[in-house]
Design a protein around this ligand. Sequence first.
Ligand code: SAM
Ligand code: DTB
Ligand code: SF4
Length: 345
Amino acid sequence: MNPPALGSVRHDWSLPEVQALFALPFMDLIFQAQRVHREHHLPNTVQMSTLLSIKTGACPEDCAYCPQSVHYDTGLDRETLLEVAEVREAAGRAKAAGATRFCMGAAYRSPKAKDIAIISEMIREVRAAGLETCATLGMLKPDQALQLKDAGLDFYNHNLDTSPEYYGEIITTRTYQDRLDTLDAVREAGLKVCCGGIVGMGESVTDRAQLLRTLANLPEHPESVPINQLVQVPGTPLHGRAGVDPFDFVRTIAVARLLMPASHVRLSAGREGMSDEVQALCFLAGANSIFYGEKLLTTGNPDVMRDQQLFARLGLKAEGQAVRADGAAALVAPRLEDASEAQVV
Ligand code: SAM
Ligand code: DTB
Ligand code: SF4
């Protein structure tokens, strides 16, 4: 029997199948990824999410990549939970700059009841600003996921980060199964799932394959799949690691696109140090989402002007963004029915 064609939504990927995709000649892999991308998505269109750290630093977890862990001295100033008004203002700015989704991140192992009550208020304000809402607050129990859903949350971000096999090298304070349990609770509550990982932590190609295979073999594919390149922060155990070959990063994006054809694959952390040309290769490989705005949670991201110039040079459009009063028409996504034939082939 022939294997299923690339482009079908599957949940039964074997490790050898995924390894074979990683082993394809670069051009063949990118060609297949772009072909599958166009079967499922409007080409030249990128979804834009803006991040805000609503509670920064002093996290009890020991994630070896993270500047916010209390276990490492990264010189980060800790902050308590922001005021609702501060979040409302940041959401207004993100909307005006052209984002369609606003993601609130908190350095928690898991949120407390009083935090959920305040964050529910924040979610209502962000929705009122006309943005999709996303939160990333650590582990959730089923009742907490339901409370966030009731507050109007659209997406919950919780990453697997790496393969089950490599995970223990990176985090010891919670298990891979804890993460899968949170993803279950989020799905059961009816929230959309944003789940991905990090490339460049010293993992092998097999680890990258196992991460993507684990994501693709979940009962439902995450709607958003953030692929982060490690941002090396002095003071964290992973600072000083050899950087990843940019072509290997692009390959990871391409394989994510092939394994989860209908999902948004986000070119996530690490863009600030990436050339425009490598970013263009990531879009060619099927990335169709970015973090937009000059800051991620605690580290930098390309500023809005650099991204607008990159989009203009590549003819990329922002997904689902209404025309802005200041005439930033280059960021307006064509509706499918308005797209020219050249844009939908
Ligand atoms: N504390 C919550 C948690 O871990 O679930 C939410 C915030 S946490 C910062 C969200 C994700 O950001 C992590 O799972 C990781 O994938 C990513 N991340 C954190 N630090 C990073 C870094 N230095 N480089 C790349 N990605 C990073
Ligand atoms: C994700 O996958 N990447 C984002 C978001 N989800 C929360 C976070 C990246 C953080 C990079 C390091 C920092 O800025 O602290
Ligand atoms: Fe805490 Fe999240 Fe950072 Fe891990 S990634 S140390 S859980 S803030």
